[in-house]
Design a protein around this ligand. Sequence first.
Ligand code: ASP
Ligand code: MG
Length: 467
Amino acid sequence: MKLVLKFGGTSVSSTANIRHVAKLIHSLSKKHKIISVFSAISGVTDDLIRITNLIQKGNKDAANNLAKKIIKNHLRIANDFVKNPKIRKELLEKMEKDLSELEELLHGMLLLGEVTPRSSDYLISFGERLSINLVAFALRDLGAKAIALTGKDVGIVTDSNFGESKPLMDTTRLRVSDTIESLLKKKTLPVVGGFAGADQYGNITTFGRGGSDYTATIVASSIKADEVWLMSDVDGLMTTDPKIVKNAKVLKEVSYTEAMEMALFGAKYIHPRALEPLVSKKIPLRIRSTFNIENPGTLVTASPQPNTQKTVKCVSAIRHTGLIDVRGGSMVGVPGTAATIFSTLAKVGVNIMMISQSPSESSISFIVKKNDLDKAVNALEMSLLGKIIKKVEITVDVAIIALIGSGMRGIVGVASRVFAAVAKQGVNVVMIAQGSSELNLAFVVKDADCNSAVQALHDEFELTKIN
Ligand code: ASP
Ligand code: MG
């Protein structure tokens, strides 16, 4: 099989883990064609983003110190794990070459005291650029032929929307398949840096946080891979958070759309656009653990087996959010009220996670992240209070509970089971929303009630018996 394996940051954050992953790739490559995609070492992208913030604030010393920490850490690992002295020397040379480019870039950015979207992407792409060297040379140390390629090297061409670019798939497909196929012919293992590509002019662009997943699926779609495996430190998508319900189960099979819904809530975050490149080619995706390879993980496909199609597959919770309720008689029947409220919030950068409006139109409730609550309420009071809205009420610590499963569609009685189960626990439901796709039923409770509500629903839908 032709497999694209994507490894997250923890897979490269220690010498032991790098060796483990290299051995895994090496042994799989004896039976399959393996293309691996890597994230940056855990925390490195965060640090690089922090550096851009420090440059903007004119804090040169702190920016330099943080860069030094990143450099030191990579050199320490590079010095540490390669057994063959010749290969170690080559690795160090490659690292030093990349690191001096990083230093030069940093120097230029500090000199200007300026961060543009373009220079920011160039800088934050270095996490992956460095991590792939470590893996490629670890593979060589095991006797394999391997080459480190950035997204740009492998041929991923994107638009110039820095920080959130999208691939230009037709060009990308041609270039990526050319690069990869010719390497595979030479029995050389491509080790691809995730998260970044380059626009038509050769400027480095990134896909947004978690973008290495997207790289993996773009590559997979370009070379018509048989499967993509997202390797991380969890066994797969689960019926719920195992911290809340001890015997939560790993789901065997879910659909692309279910996976997308679950990934936004659950322990395994997936880049929001990562499944797009797979859908038209129906390439299956597996979510599985690097450290527990016996477990096949969760299979994500276009059409899961009928026997895995349960009504509800997953109960997930987003904890510690805030609820805002706005009221006012002058909101009734006035077109544009919701638009005004939401654009006021958008202007201050507040993301809204859930919305519901009563048909009387006299009240709109919505949920935001706890950290955004202050900003949101402030913006509403400053620009709208006393005008279109009369009253803003907030509830500080609430949790969104979402039930996910495409089997809910068109089934009568799901909602009544849900709310009866929750009521039995004496839990009060504060707000409800269901999209008309019926893939997701979400409601809000006090955060203190979250665990008992989740447990009750996990029991009600017998999710421990799901497989
Ligand atoms: N390193 C990038 C990030 O942390 C991309 C990724 O990990 O997928 O967001
Ligand atoms: Mg990451």
